[in-house]
Design a protein around this ligand. Structure first.
Ligand code: NAP
Length: 308
């Protein structure tokens, strides 16, 4: 029998704001999880409502000039929480009552929740990024060196994540001197700056042999550049055996970067788990419960990405 997903006057609202937002995978991932909670925990309509697990997650395309009015509207219609994607991750910050220290450190918000009639913003990308490093590849990172390729938005979560894991050294490599310098300076009031160094791309040959963790945060390797890698084969040849190569890109699987790294004897981690775990962390905040259907979320993403 097909399980019917009923929307009623009691259904609570979650969602994602962005511009555009139609390609977001979050609605599929979160609605699969929410449907599972409903089906798994209660079979009758009243039970579902009583358990407070009656949610739906919608995509909201919101143009930048409508952001403020949209957030006020969300408060008026009792939206429980929402994800924030491009181009609103920074612009939303002045509209929130509270911003968690992690989101402040990154300088961007990807998750907002309504708490005591106020909007609270946080960033779950750090949790997403470090999840596989804290579980499957858990180890003492305090003597380890991270080399991060790229200095854009995602690199900020990666730097903060590496700091949280306790890396001894965090090297960030970028191609634009001014943006790289700004990136380095942006951490000057944070303890992160003690372990952080920024480098131009030309310095890579001396950094790769030191890397215990090498992270690609550039879009090189994703569509349409699927045949490209941020590193040449010669550069990758200097990656120590047993190092971890982590690509934030989740499609194609594997990327050229990860394929080359595996040939070198490195451990490869792709970006899918980060995507899953940033969503898991957000859902835990909104539902105020620790148990969410992680496997359903992972499988839904794999299915939508054509990976299963
Ligand atoms: P972004 O803010 O645009 O940053 C991209 C960075 O890559 C910038 O530092 C940019 O340098 C650099 N870059 C771009 N092309 C380059 C090239 N040809 N050579 C050298 N550096 C280059 O993007 P983002 O939001 O950080 O996202 C980056 C990647 O991470 C994307 O592929 C995205 O899909 C992925 N991502 C994945 C997850 C996940 O959950 N798995 C989450 C977030 C992001 P310039 O500043 O010089 O342009």
């Amino acid at each position: 029998m097909t399980k019917e997903r009923l929307i009623t006057g009691k259904t609570k609202l979650l969602g994602v704001i962005g511009h555009p937002v139609e390609h977001s995978l979050s609605p599929a991932m979160h609605n699969a999880a929410l449907a599972q909670l409903v089906v798994g925990e209660a079979s009758r309509r009243e039970d579902i409502a009583n358990l407070g697990l009656d949610y739906v997650y919608l995509p909201f395309p919101i143009a930048p000039h409508n952001l403020e009015i949209a957030i006020a509207g969300f408060a008026a219609i009792n939206v429980v929480g929402f994800n924030v994607t491009i181009p609103h991750k920074q612009a939303i910050m002045p509209l929130l009552s509270e911003i968690t220290p992690v989101a402040q450190a990154i300088g961007a918000v990807n998750t907002v929740s309504r708490q005591n009639n106020q909007w609270v913003g946080t960033n779950t990308d750090i949790e997403g990024f470090i999840a596989p490093l804290q579980t499957i590849y858990k180890q003492d990172w305090s003597q380890k060196v991270a080399v991060i390729l790229g200095n854009g938005g995602a690199a900020r979560a990666v730097v903060a994540g590496c700091h949280q894991l306790g890396f001894a050294k965090i090297h960030v490599v970028g191609r634009n001197v001014q943006r790289l310098q700004d990136f380095g300076n942006s951490w000057s009031n944070s303890p992160i700056s003690e372990n952080l160094q920024v480098h131009q791309w030309e310095e890579l040959p001396k950094l790769i042999p030191q890397a215990n963790l090498l992270v690609n945060t550039t879009p090189i390797g994703m569509y349409p550049k699927v045949d490209e890698s941020p590193l040449s084969v010669e550069e990758m040849a200097n990656l120590p055996k047993g190092a971890i190569a982590y690509d934030l890109i989740y499609i194609p699987k594997p990327t050229q970067f990860l394929e080359q790294a595996e040939k070198q004897g490195a451990i490869a981690i792709d970006g899918l788990e980060m995507l899953v775990q940033q969503g898991v962390a957000a859902l835990k905040i909104w539902l105020q419960q620790e148990i969410v259907p992680v496997e359903v979320m992972r499988q839904t993403l794999q299915k939508h990405l054509g990976l299963s």
